[in-house]
Design a protein around this ligand. Structure first.
Ligand code: NIG
Ligand code: FE
Length: 413
């Protein structure tokens, strides 16, 4: 006799649910958070199957004290690396700049050397610890880039590793082989770009090792033309495209990527106003990374207000990496978005949930709490979700649930 397998529905109730649900995606002008006071949710097969008021929920529902928000979506991270850049942190305090350290063979190059030399097991364990810290701070979905191998073998190893990590988190993988020009290719740039386009990229697409392709379009990294060729090839191979653009110098990378249908363009500190309309029109999400400006000791933040007022969809991410932004805390980046870029707390919350999931192409799965989407959520010890950002640099996440399961119990700090 075959037993009928049914997964019992679980009801959770709480003081309020912040759904982040109302409004078409990506969210641009309306930042209503969709707050339901005294709310409850039914979870079946890892998804939300009903949302309503606490009175309508059955008595056996699990009461979670506090405010439920969607699990955060970190749309820009570089978590696979070995070594440390602590010495650069100290050097910058003495006045050295990120670009000077990079040009002197430190920076990305030093992480590449350490990452190439690391064993798979060491790297896997380190990456899992990074992800665990992100999760503790409320991230349930992340975009994770390769980019500290540069050569084909190491890039592929690191993308495979991202597929092997033991973590309940949802991971969207991005190939960033064009993160820096390896010093031994300094006089043979074209050879590096050609191998990437004709050999590595097609293999990564064929073996489904990444969902997207990124490029660091910047003075001292890849030119506008090299970046365009790489992203156009990625598109032709069916990958999503995105770019690190106008972080220090303005090269026109954001417009170029948008014209190729990029899901996002990231950094944008030096993006001039006359390029805002092109992004608003293409619907490309501007992923802003205020933690990086802070960490690099720069004065200039991305023009968040201008972008939002021009109708560009904006997301906030950590840019977690050892060199330019050493933090796994997306709430910290959200607080900085408010403190340094004058975004409203609502805009920052939308920017780290639904707009971020849109930037990653996973908004049908996560980013908001709605019937049919994953039951990925956090329980916060706040009465108003804006308090989470107001109370900056302090972790107010009480519980983390992914696909209807409380995962914060099993994640070591
Ligand atoms: O987004 N800008 C390029 N990539 C990273 C920095 C990586 C590194 O310094 O290791 C960023 O800031
Ligand atoms: Fe980055």
């Amino acid at each position: 006799v075959l037993a009928r397998v049914t997964v019992a529905a679980v009801y959770v109730s709480c003081d309020r649910i912040v759904t982040c649900a109302p409004g078409a995606l990506p969210r641009r002008r309306d930042f209503d958070l969709g707050i339901l006071e005294g709310a409850a949710m039914r979870i079946e097969n890892g998804r939300v199957s009903w949302i309503g008021s606490r009175e309508e929920a059955p008595d056996e529902s699990v009461y979670l004290q506090g405010t439920i928000v969607p699990g955060l979506v970190d749309a820009h991270t570089h978590p696979v690396y070995a070594g440390s850049r602590l010495h650069e942190f100290a050097l910058r305090a003495k006045g050295a700049t990120y670009q000077e350290i990079h040009a002197a063979g430190g920076g990305i190059h030093s992480t590449v050397r350490a990452t190439r030399a690391a064993s798979y097991e060491e790297l896997l364990a380190r990456t899992e610890r990074v992800l665990a810290r992100m999760l503790r701070h409320g991230t349930t979905t992340l975009e994770a880039k390769s980019g500290y191998g540069l050569d084909e073998a190491t890039e592929i190893r690191d993308l495979q590793l991202l597929g092997d990590v033991a973590s309940p988190m949802r991971i969207v993988r991005t190939y960033l082989g064009a993160h820096a020009m390896p010093p031994d290719f300094a006089d043979r740039r074209e050879e590096f770009v050609k191998t990437l386009i004709e050999q590595t990229l097609p293999r990564i697409a064929r073996e489904r090792l990444a969902d997207a392709c990124d490029v660091f379009c910047e003075d001292g990294a890849f030119t506008l033309d090299e970046s365009r060729r790489i992203l156009a090839a990625a598109r032709a191979h069916g990958l999503d495209v995105k770019a690190h653009a106008e972080e220090f110098a303005y090269l026109g990378g954001a417009r170029m990527a948008a014209s190729l249908g990029a899901r996002s363009v990231d950094h944008l500190l030096s993006l001039p106003e006359h390029d805002f309309a092109a992004l608003a029109e293409s619907g490309t999400v501007a992923v802003l990374l205020p933690g990086t400006t802070l960490f690099l000791g720069k004065e200039r933040y991305a023009p968040a207000r201008g972008l939002i007022d021009a109708g560009v969809p904006v997301a906030i991410a950590t840019d977690f990496n050892a060199g330019s932004c050493m933090t796994e805390s997306l709430p910290m980046a959200m607080s900085l978005a408010v403190l340094k870029m004058k975004m409203t707390p609502e805009e920052a919350l939308i920017g780290a949930t639904v707009n971020a999931s849109h930037a990653l192409g996973v908004s049908d799965v996560c980013g908001s709490l709605e019937v049919g989407k994953a039951a990925d959520f956090l329980v916060l010890e706040v009465d108003d979700p804006r308090e989470w950002l107001y109370h900056f640099g302090v972790n107010l996440v009480r519980e983390v649930w992914i696909a209807g399961r409380r995962v914060s119990d099993d994640i070591p700090c």
